[in-house]
Write a protein that binds this ligand. Structure first.
Ligand code: ADP
Length: 377
């Protein structure tokens, strides 16, 4: 669809009247985050405080109106609310009314009961190995004796199900969704809730609805730390997550090339702007080890370490590009899970120790008990 597609969609939505207010939802300013990707349309309807799931007919009417626009093949509308009622059915990633209060205001970050800390794993751009690092870091933290969960919030390409070999829709225990258990950690992915064939067109409010549910409606507790595999980039969605999720700290994954580093810098700035402490930068695919043992710096040497220094941010470590990491990732059997003593696992374990220490410091645990660094099998 051409540029005017958004206008056509808005014109259709002007025909959707919110009976309670006696006006259409566009002039009421209720339509948020409208995005048109080809023939796929997504948007959120922001409800006034106190309204929630009972406004489902309004959502359906809005979807139906947009579905009639010539050229539109799919429509995804979600309801967002600043204080929807709690309780109810199993959560859905989208197309479902939020049942739980979304965070009240930007900057206000209600904690997740029973979860000691939340660690965001972020990257300025896709394809740098953020999910590979998130998964292996989660497993390495578990080996340090922490109870660990991994929430895959990468709406653009949820890869945690593939990396951990997870399949099947999660089940509920009547009240909450049961996370998958894999290699000793709990895991839940937006990819398990949304079919792979669903068009992924998300914007801030929709992301927040899904993420709030993934945080609050999954039986995470008790956990020492929940890692959140963030969507790559520094756009609306990422900013909303950084603002609204009660993040204890963030780890930024970058490759050494300048382009990735430029993006990592933006990521760092975003977290600082939202007052989330950045624990440090991890350099992934730092070098390739040739069969001769020689280190080949395909993307240039030490870029992330230098960037970390320039930006006054800790450098957490470098992870080489290895065939074994790629193979184990693609097979759904992460290296740290199946070969924790292999040399390819060592960088993840070393980074985990630094992160565990920072988590302990940030949550005040350090003062009460030293971080355990005994390995468990
Ligand atoms: P992102 O989450 O940043 O998009 P992924 O974690 O999905 O990136 O990784 C992208 C690809 O790179 C995957 O095929 C993964 O197996 C591979 N990969 C990531 N890190 C490494 C590494 N250190 N060595 C080898 N392959 C890697």
């Amino acid at each position: 669809m051409a540029d005017t597609a958004e206008e056509k969609v808005l014109a259709a939505l002007r025909g959707v009247v919110d009976e309670r207010a006696g006006r259409d939802i566009v002039s009421l300013g209720r339509v948020k985050g409208l995005v048109v990707r080809g023939a796929h349309v997504g948007f959120a309807i922001e409800l006034p405080p106190g309204e929630g799931a009972e406004r489902e007919p309004l959502r359906k009417a809005a979807e139906a109106a947009v579905a009639k626009v010539p050229g539109v093949l799919s429509v995804t509308a979600v309801l967002t609310s600043h204080s929807a009622p709690a309780g109810g059915a199993a959560p859905h990633a989208h197309r479902a009314a939020p049942r739980r209060a979304a965070p009240q205001q930007a900057g206000e970050r209600p904690s997740v009961p029973g979860v000691g800390a939340i660690l965001a794993v972020a990257s300025g751009k896709g394809g740098v190995g953020k999910s590979t690092v998130a998964v292996n870091l989660a497993l390495a933290l578990a080996r340090l004796g922490l109870k660990v969960g991994l929430l895959d919030a990468d709406i653009y390409g949820p890869s945690v199900p593939r990396l951990l070999g997870l399949t099947g829709k999660p089940e509920t225990d009547g009240e909450k969704l049961r996370p998958h258990e894999a290699f000793g950690i709990k895991a839940m992915s937006i990819g398990l809730l949304v079919g792979e064939d669903q068009p992924m067109i998300w914007r801030g409010p929709m992301v927040m609805t899904a993420l709030t549910q993934l945080l609050n409606d999954v039986a995470w507790a008790p956990l020492d730390v929940l890692l959140v595999d963030m969507p790559p980039g520094t756009g609306d969605a990422q900013l909303t997550l950084a603002q609204r999720v009660p993040v204890t700290g963030a780890v930024i994954v970058s490759t050494p090339q300048e382009i990735a580093l430029t993006d990592a810098r933006k990521g760092l700035a975003m977290f600082r702007q939202t007052h989330v402490p950045v624990f440090g930068i991890v350099e992934n695919m730092a070098y390739f080890v040739a069969p001769t043992g020689e280190r080949i710096f395909i993307f240039g040497e030490g870029g992330a370490r230098r960037t970390a220094g320039t930006l006054d941010c800790d450098f957490l470590g470098e992870i080489p590009l290895t065939v074994r990491v790629r193979e184990t990732s693609d097979a759904g059997t992460p290296i740290v899970a199946i070969a924790p003593h292999a040399e390819e696992s060592a960088p993840f374990l070393a980074i985990a120790e630094k992160v565990a220490a920072k988590l302990a410091e940030a949550t005040g645990e350090g003062a009460r008990k030293p971080p355990k660094i005994s390995y468990v099998d």
